[in-house]
Design a protein around this ligand. Structure first.
Ligand code: GLC
Length: 521
């Protein structure tokens, strides 16, 4: 007999208890359209209070980034770029060639577990020495990289993918660590200054011109190729978004001079007190046992660092109820964080009838040698629930930002637009023909693009996305679009384009350095 459960057709026979347990889990992990709607309005409220600086009623930091311009693809120059956000540090040389073309050359340095917890000066020394090595091995000099005239100091943009409150494009204080980092001496201090001091200490002739979050870098990088980009998002080890806001709405800034500014939402921290998020006991367990309990709860339901651990918690629950692997676990499966999100990707990719590839993962990666077809079907169903919920929550955050941009207070359209597009509303699939009103400056343009063209028609909004979950997790994009369609209407695909911003962090850092040097010097 075949039992149909969630997305998979089951070929083996599940016991009643197994079917019942999985149905109960599915109920906890499934997010209805009504729930998504409810979350979207809470998200929009928190965006609004965050922009007003009311951090009692908002968990969204809504950080003004001091990046007021967006590139249009004509910018030129070579910059050093640095990307730190996880277990790899990347040092890059980015050459912007104009005409939306660029060249990138990079080298990765592993940030060891020790360095992720070491004193910040040790981490910064490691970064400075890595930059030195890159410059030396690649023979990079002021002949190649932009530098202030009359000096041989090289300009560098730094993508630092943690929450930082910025006071200028080249100054920002770390609010808290996320994603497993916990280096003492950093929180409350200026990250640019810490790096500049380490560069000076190690005699590396480099000037840190700009500091950006990875979401901001991704938005800038995507904008270089696709002008109508208003949102940058990361769905990787962590998750977050940045978007273009009207500066008049950023009440936390006293005297804004530019018309628009990119705001780093820090959406990973949405609803940290779990007032609206439908957290399950499995999420609570993960949060409690994490290095940063009580914060970034939304991120813990979505991103690559955590999805595997939620799945592991569920599998152990089923094992403890003797509904999986005949009640037997393994040392590996009992180990905190041992079930990696990449296993979920591999498991969800297995569409064979017998699910033998899943058996191989269970055996080789997790030491589970005795597994039946029913076991494998259950493991796959669990991955599907967790993966689908993550994609739908990601869609919710994206839809909320799109709605804000198109609403009366928002900036993309400049005036109210229907929040759900019905069949009759006109959307132009525009990658070109953006309605622009540019004030040319030396490098990047201060722009007042609108998502509405001269005829009042809505143009397609480009969202630049980076991150392994979005790129590699099976069905993630389609699942996101299902959620987006429920929240933005049947024409969501015409209204919003989700595009991969290749090397958003590296290219974005270089563009930020360009913005900083062309505007500030
Ligand atoms: C975490 C960080 C945030 C970053 C995101 C994606 O949420 O706090 O700054 O953008 O991860 O890397």
């Amino acid at each position: 007999m075949s039992v149909s459960f969630t997305h998979t057709k089951h070929h083996a026979k599940w016991s009643d208890k197994q079917t019942e347990a999985l149905a109960k889990l599915a109920k906890e992990f499934t997010l209805s359209t009504a729930q998504l709607e409810h979350l979207t309005s809470a998200f929009l409220d928190q965006m609004q209070s965050g922009l007003a600086g009311d951090h009692k009623s908002s968990d969204l930091a809504m950080i003004p980034t001091f990046v007021a311009g967006r590139p249009d693809g004509h910018e030129r120059g070579s910059y050093l770029a640095l990307d730190l956000g996880g277990t790899n540090l990347r040092v890059c040389l980015i050459t912007l060639k104009g005409n939306h073309e660029l060249e990138s050359h990079s080298r990765a340095f592993k940030v060891s577990d020790h360095l992720q917890e070491a004193h910040i000066s040790e981490l910064m020394d490691f970064i400075a020495i890595s930059i030195k090595e890159f410059i030396t091995s690649e023979h990079i000099s002021s002949k190649i990289v932009e530098h202030p005239s009359g000096s041989d100091t090289l300009e560098l943009g730094f993508t630092f993918s943690f929450p930082v409150t910025q006071t200028a494009i080249d100054a920002g204080m770390l609010l808290r660590w996320t994603k497993g980092f916990s280096c003492p001496g950093a929180v409350g201090n200026d990250i640019v200054q810490l790096l500049q001091e380490a560069l000076n200490r190690n005699e590396v002739n480099v000037h840190v011109a700009a500091l950006v979050n990875d979401t901001v870098g991704t938005l800038l990088a995507h904008s270089y190729k696709h002008p109508n980009t208003f949102i940058g998002a990361i769905f990787g080890t962590g998750t977050n978004g940045a978007y273009v806001e009207a500066t008049r709405s950023i009440k936390t800034m006293s005297h804004p001079t530019a018309k628009e500014m990119i705001v780093n939402i820090e959406w990973g921290n949405f609803d940290k007190d779990k007032r609206v998020l439908p957290v399950t006991p499995f999420d609570n367990k993960l949060d409690r046992e994490s290095i940063n309990p009580g914060v970034h709860v939304f991120e813990k339901m979505i991103s690559g660092m955590y999805l595997g651990e939620i799945t592991r918690n569920i599998l152990l629950h089923l094992i403890d109820h003797r509904l999986l692997f005949d009640g037997t676990s393994s040392q590996k499966l009992n180990t905190h964080w041992a079930f990696e999100t990449k296993f979920m990707s591999q498991i969800e990719s297995d569409t064979s009838a017998t699910l033998i590839p899943i058996a191989q993962i269970l055996e080789q990666e997790l030491g589970i040698y005795l597994n039946t077809q029913v076991d494998r079907e259950i493991v796959k169903a669990v991955c599907q629930m967790v993966g689908k919920r993550a994609a739908r929550l990601s869609a919710m955050a994206t839809a909320a930002v799109v709605r804000r941009g198109l609403s009366v207070e928002g900036h993309f359209a400049g005036h109210g637009y229907p929040l759900k597009l019905s069949e009759g509303d006109h959307v132009f699939g525009a990658r070109t023909g953006v309605h622009k009103n540019e004030t040319a400056t030396e490098g990047v343009h201060e722009r007042t693009d609108s998502a509405v063209d001269h005829g009042g028609n809505l143009q397609q909004i480009n969202v630049g996305i980076d991150g392994s979950v979005f790129e590699h997790y099976p069905h993630f994009k389609e699942r996101m679009f299902e959620g987006l369609t429920e929240l933005l209407g049947p024409r969501a695909k015409e209204l919003v384009a989700l595009g991969i911003a290749t090397d958003g962090s590296g290219v974005g850092a270089a563009l930020a350095a360009l913005i900083a040097t062309k505007h500030c010097r």
